[in-house]
Design a protein around this ligand. Sequence first.
Ligand code: HEC
Ligand SMILES: [Cu+2]
Length: 267
Amino acid sequence: MKTRTSIALATIAGAVAGSMLALGVQAGGDKVAFRADYAKDTLYGTVDRYDIKQYRELWATPAAVEAARKGAPIPSGTVLTMVQYKAQLDAQGNPAKDANGRFMKGDLVGYALMEKRAGWGTEYPDDTRNGEWEYQAFKADKSVNATANLKNCFTCHKPHAGQDFVISLASLKGTKPGEAARPSGAGVVAIGGFKFGPETVSVAPGAAVTFVNTDASPHQISVTGPKPQRSAVLLKGQEAKLSFAEAGIYDYICGLHPSMKGKIEVK
Ligand code: HEC
Ligand SMILES: [Cu+2]
């Protein structure tokens, strides 16, 4: 009996050690300190998040802006601070807009930081590592948000390896293009302002539906129901084609913003 208990305890101890290893990703975030002086950095962009009704500010250490504008790599020591605010809402509960049609700042929600230093990131496996970046989330009171799952930061920024994991790199470079023209036509769905347009599209069996992302934010088509399928994550200007052999109605959502919904009629 005694031995059995100790074996059981040893197993539990092993499991705990294992889960602490799995949480190794979490530990890396400790390297990132809150940037108390972020408001002395450069405000390089703001983002209206229709899906989660947030207004976000993007701040960068000045050397990063300088480098990005010259087309040079983002330097070691860069800190990017994303400040998340609730959007102010109108009487219907929709985000209110200012004279320029942009969201307005409401209550502070928290901060998301990423910091790059030469030599960081070597401990992560290739399928996780985001170059030399580490991530950390802070609450509105500037303390570490211990409930944030930092693994998700790595996963969601990973597809942007081609732009050094900085999703808003175009804004950092100051080359953000104006509103992309919204493509239209039979079997074409344009994604803009966090909406699929049109929300219902009809195609013949086997014919392709083309999805084009015109938003600065990435989106992903995720067909739900009995025959699920997913497109790649689409960055601004990228497109994906999906086709369905059998007639029917196929519902889909955005894999990144599940409140975005659409329908494909195959007939
Ligand atoms: C669901 C996908 C997703 C997850 C998870 C995510 N991000 Fe991001 N992040 C984005 C997107 C998209 C942007 C561009 C701004 C926007 O659209 O809100 C962004 C922008 C940023 C920026 C501004 C620099 C840049 O890359 O554009 C920082 C800093 C940032 N995220 C930090 C974090 C941290 C810290 C975490 C984890 C706590 C995290 N992110 C998790 C999608 C994600
Ligand atoms: Cu989306």
